[in-house]
Design a binder for this molecule. Structure first.
Ligand code: CA
Length: 250
């Protein structure tokens, strides 16, 4: 399988639940971080997205972008690839490792190579310069629809229930004990319920980009997980293998 192919996120219905702390309407404004060193373009994008109802924060270098992203925890990052200092693709990899925020790359170059490189580095989408403002806004809306809410603390799949706060997992009423990696793997699958996730995507999400082991590590952990959450691990009801693509939880 080609890298970057299998990262399909959950459909919109999955994200409909409100974050628990959303008591007040202003918190529902998605927060967008724009990282772009061309200040004229940066100002134009910021004004446009504010007029569209987004809460906008900005940075003009990769290093500043990383600092602002860590501090402000935006819902989505619009990230120029060519940046001084820490470049856009490197920043993209770091952000993807640290968070579930949606990431849209701004690139000056079109073509398959860039698409694969961008998506392989964890971006959700990319827009080729020059682009129109409505096009970017449409991509942002689509990426936000696909991105699960970071703060979603209760995840369900059939009779499997996962509490992200206490890090407890239940099968029906019964608590089951998972190792750290099993928990992270299950949480990643459940945050993307219904979507097929590639082994490569699961490796980067659970083990990190610098993991040097084999992608079959995923298969081993899936087997262990099935022994804990499936009635009959040889005929899984929850954790499905999608041959040639990866895994999906229903
Ligand atoms: Ca640039």
């Amino acid at each position: 399988m080609r890298p970057g192919q299998g990262c399909h996120r959950a459909p919109a219905a999955h994200t409909a639940a409100r974050r628990p702390e959303d008591g007040n309407a202003t918190l529902d404004m998605p927060k967008v971080l724009i990282v772009e060193d061309e200040t004229i373009l940066l100002d134009l994008l910021a004004k446009h997205l504010e007029s569209e109802g987004y809460s906008v924060i900005t940075a003009t270098s990769g290093d500043e972008g990383l600092e602002v992203a860590r501090r402000e925890q935006p819902d989505i990052c619009v990230l120029d690839v060519m940046l001084p200092g820490l470049d856009g693709l490197s920043l993209c990899r770091i952000l993807r490792r640290e968070s579930d925020m949606a990431i849209i790359l701004l690139t000056a170059r079109a073509g398959e190579i860039d698409r694969v490189i961008g998506l392989d580095n964890g971006a959700d989408d990319y827009v080729v310069k020059p682009f129109s403002l409505p096009e970017l806004t449409a991509r942002i809306r689509a990426a936000l629809r696909r991105t699960p809410k970071r703060m979603e603390s209760q995840l369900h799949a059939g009779d499997v229930h996962l509490d992200m706060v206490s890090r407890r997992v239940y099968l029906g009423d019964k608590e089951i004990k998972l190792s750290h990696k099993e928990f992270e793997l299950l949480a990643t699958l459940m945050r993307n319920k219904g979507a097929v996730l590639s082994r490569e995507f699961l490796i980067t999400q659970v083990w990190g980009y610098d993991f040097e082991g084999d992608v079959r590590t995923v298969d081993v952990h899936v087997r262990w997980l099935r022994e804990k959450i499936e009635k009959d691990p040889s005929r899984p009801e929850h954790l499905q293998t999608v041959r040639g693509v990866g895994y999906r939880i229903d």
